[in-house]
Ligand binder design. Structure first.
Ligand SMILES: [Zn+2]
Length: 65
């Protein structure tokens, strides 16, 4: 007879959640996609999650040649 286990999920040391700069929220699918070049400012790395990339046609930097 199977006993229902009630043990709490073990805390895994994972990388912190990524942040999606497009919907401005945390996302586990966010990847670095682009960098905004502002005047007199260094490029700012931007991360976008999968749905936002699909919606906006963003290409992850890792996928670029
Ligand atoms: Zn997003």
């Amino acid at each position: 007879m199977a006993k229902p286990t009630h043990a709490p999920a073990p805390r895994t040391e994972q990388a912190p959640e990524q942040w999606c700069h497009w919907h401005k929220g945390p996302s586990q699918t966010a990847v670095l996609v682009d960098a905004i070049e502002k005047n007199s400012a260094p490029p700012h790395p931007l991360y976008a999650c999968a749905p936002c990339r699909e919606q906006r046609g963003l290409i992850p930097l890792a996928d670029l040649p």
